[in-house]
Write a protein that binds this ligand. Structure first.
Ligand SMILES: *Cc1c(COP(=O)(O)O)cnc(C)c1O
Length: 418
């Protein structure tokens, strides 16, 4: 961070030199909106909208059921999975697109527990995205295991989570980039420690895939899951993905043994026989429309250089932090952002009036989000956010604070989705 005050011109100069600038126009963003919520729902890629038209009108409308073969709908989970594999340091055949992150967590955690029969606990973090903890709770309940077989690591640094792994730990299940603080766990070190203790390692990549480099194979990771609708821009409720390391794939016994994971789905055999490889982790018929949309969005992501994405993401979040300090110092914002090397692609600020401030920002065209109890979260999707957007967003924030526009009664009304 430079000590010199930032100006709109200095940020415009960064945009002029931005190797990713050309991606901006590939997205549909409404006039007058600065979208700092791509970490929650990615923006609409124009190519995805075009692909949807084609899939609906041509592949479905004219092709009808023939398109399962002719347009290889049946191969979509693997085809899109192989694209995601390239973004997360996995090999072809190690990733499939299926279900939601929550369901994929259930499937892989159940498989992982079965691979460690003598061990009783799943280690996760109290601060994890809630669905991850809920799924662990439900799975252990279903298996008749006592509730204290979930071990919650609570705060501290990565070293602490490592010291909580012991000979009872069957699986360590962590989210790589924390959804609130944006802190990155040390994937290599924690995975190594889990393995040294004889446990399996599962990473949730919801806030990592498409936002920063991930090296699953290099880190020796066993299992991973992640989301299609955040940085991957697959659309609202887009299907999620799952990864199983090649070396484990044929030892995994899928708990949701649906026909799409059968070795020969169209043999209509009476008995279940899991498909070899990653395909056994599929369950039912793929949602072709939403999967095609995600697949088209992935094409764009694959054109971008991951290290350029990472550099730009940090430049954007650095500029944001510096500008909040420079323009809104004294307004009561506190950053809970980790230092750059441990920072994902979003920044969280705390503020006493976080909820109405986020509402007032949204009304003024700056879309971030609120996370209970007092967090304002701003995501910096490097494919379509410009450096000057950061300037303009903070200028609007400054105005809202100075005018107290956030204190209007309508901004205090809570909606169902926050
Ligand atoms: C977004 C997110 C999820 C979402 O799960 P869904 O099943 O898609 O609703 C799960 N875990 C983490 C860490 C997330 O950030």
């Amino acid at each position: 961070m430079s000590a010199k005050p930032l100006t709109r011109d200095s940020l415009a100069a960064l945009d002029a030199a931005d190797p990713l600038a050309r991606f901006g126009e590939m997205f549909e963003l409404p006039e007058g909106v600065i979208y700092l919520d791509g970490n929650s729902l990615g923006a609409l890629p124009k190519a995805a909208a075009e692909r949807m038209q084609e899939v609906v009108n041509d592949e479905w409308g004219r092709g009808l059921i023939r398109s399962w073969n002719r347009r290889d709908w049946i191969g979509l989970p693997q085809r899109a999975g192989d694209k995601i594999a390239r973004l997360i340091g996995a090999a072809p055949g190690e990733v499939v697109v299926a279900d939601s992150t929550s369901v994929n967590l259930f499937k892989l955690l159940a498989s992982a527990l079965a691979l460690r029969p003598g061990r009783t606990t799943i280690l996760t973090e109290a601060d994890n995205f809630p669905t991850d903890g809920y799924i662990i709770e439900g799975l252990l309940g279903m298996m008749g295991r006592p509730l204290d077989s979930i071990k919650y690591w609570d705060q501290g640094d990565a070293q602490d989570v490592i010291s909580a792994i012991d000979e009872d730990t069957a699986v360590v299940a962590l989210t790589h980039v924390n959804y609130k603080s944006g802190r990155i766990h040390d994937m290599a070190a924690i995975t190594r420690a889990a393995h040294e203790a004889g446990a399996l390692m599962l990473w949730d990549l919801c806030h990592s895939a498409g936002a920063l480099p991930v090296e699953l194979n290099e880190c020796g990771v066993d299992f991973a899951v992640g989301c299609g609708y955040k940085y991957l821009n697959g659309g609202p409720g887009a299907p999620a993905f799952l990864y199983v390391a090649k070396r484990l794939q044929n030892d995994v016994a899928p708990p949701l043994s649906g026909w799409m994971g059968h070795a020969a789905p169209f043999a209509f055999d009476r008995d279940y026989r899991p498909a070899p490889g990653i395909a056994r982790n599929l369950c039912g018929t793929p949602p072709v429309l939403s999967m095609a949309c995600l697949d088209a969005a992935l094409e764009i992501m694959l054109e971008a250089d991951m290290s350029e994405l990472r550099d730009k993401s940090l430049a954007l979040s650095d500029a944001f932090l510096a500008l909040v300090e420079q323009q809104c110092g004294g307004s009561g914002f506190k950053s809970i952002a980790p230092p750059p090397a441990q920072r994902g692609s979003h920044i969280s600020l705390t503020h006493q009036h976080a909820y109405p401030v986020v509402q007032a920002l949204t009304a003024a065209g700056v879309i971030g989000d609120f996370r209970t109890p007092d967090i304002m979260r701003f995501g910096f999707a490097p494919l379509y956010i410009r450096h000057v957007d950061i300037w303009d967003a903070v200028a609007i924030l400054k105005d809202i604070m100075q005018s107290r526009a956030w204190d209007k009664p309508e901004f205090h009304q809570r909606s169902k989705v926050t």
